[in-house]
Design a protein around this ligand. Structure first.
Ligand SMILES: [Mn+2]
Length: 323
């Protein structure tokens, strides 16, 4: 019997956690993230499901040691994720139940994995999570959508995702949301959640017009620095409002600059670009082809933007295959 569920704290992670909770009502749900995972799973003393947490490059051994410990005490781990593997990871050598796809959200994979224990009702929670990660156009989701009216699901997922955006790192609130969804309740039925979502939507619109005023463009890269808004939303809006290929939302954190990067382009791989640039100029980063994060020394940020623009021009110059 699964006793622990550990999930990422974004909308896909929370929906994955909710689906797992619906399947294992007695389990305890905790939130973690790649860099904290090795430390956080030390408390696990039973069967565990881990959802939507990228295997970390730097603390990979710490995570694997803990999974060996869990196995040694007679318990199982189900690891469900959709982030690219770190370069030092060998999936063949991973001796636990492992569900991994780059093209399906963690929420979708969690529902597929635990489907036998769930009714089709919970497929909508998986769909909210998939929308949260922009991964709702998959064969499974197309099939599950036949059970629903898509238009209602957009309302529910919109409310849920905006409300989660407003919660920051408040894990207690997020746990409450996951429990609420696991009990087959709708976001629109919870007045507090709806109010949060609306307030967030109003702030989004205000911040969007601020992005218009302060956004800077370097070739195909648009960025905003220290806007005091969600980095991912800053990235998306910088890109969208300037018609560039890549947007960056960045903020100064002491001697570093943290950032979120987004692109809509099928021809760019931000994960690889960020790894290549930080390898060269210092810092760290990674993520998905279309959505990545990075941290660089403060004085290297301009150089980072210029290097990124150079890699983008190179990638766009390469001829694409015509069919
Ligand atoms: Mn995810």
């Amino acid at each position: 019997m699964v006793k622990w569920i550990i999930a990422h704290g974004d909308s896909d992670g929370i929906c994955s956690g909710a689906v797992a909770l619906a399947a294992y009502k007695e389990a305890k749900l905790f939130f973690s993230h790649p860099t904290g995972l090795a430390e956080d799973i030390k408390q696990v003393d039973g069967d565990v499901i881990i959802c939507d947490i990228a295997l970390p490059a730097r603390t990979l051994n710490g995570v694997l040691e803990e999974l060996v410990r869990i196995k040694g005490s007679g318990h199982k781990t189900i690891y469900i994720d959709h982030h690219p593997f770190p370069p030092n990871f060998d999936p063949e050598a991973f001796p636990w139940e492992f569900h991994h796809s780059l093209s399906a959200s963690a929420a979708e994979q969690t529902f597929s994995t635990l489907e036998d224990r769930l009714t089709l009702d919970f497929s909508r929670v998986a769909i909210y999570g998939a929308i949260g990660d922009y991964l709702d156009r998959t064969p499974n989701i197309d099939e599950w959508l036949m059970y629903w009216d898509k238009r209602s699901l957009y309302l529910e997922s919109g409310l849920l995702i905006r409300a989660i955006d407003s919660m920051g790192r408040n894990h207690d609130l997020k746990r409450e949301v996951a429990r609420y969804l696991a009990n087959n309740n709708l976001p629109s039925q919870d007045e507090k959640l709806v109010r949060r979502a609306i307030a967030e939507a109003i702030r989004d619109e205000e911040m969007r017009s601020q992005v218009k005023e302060v956004v800077k463009v370097v070739g195909e890269v648009a960025y905003v620095l220290d806007l005091d808004w969600s980095l991912s939303k800053s990235a998306i809006n910088s890109k969208a409002l300037t018609g560039t290929q890549v947007g960056i939302g960045a903020e100064t954190r002491r001697e570093f600059i943290d950032m979120s990067l987004r692109t809509h382009s099928e021809r760019l791989d931000l994960n690889r670009m960020v790894l290549a640039i930080t390898e060269k100029i210092g810092g760290s980063g990674g993520g998905h082809p279309k959505a990545a994060g990075a941290r660089v020394p403060r004085e290297k940020f301009q150089l980072f933007v210029e290097e990124l623009n150079r890699l983008i021009s190179e990638a766009l110059k390469e001829p694409t295959v015509e069919y």
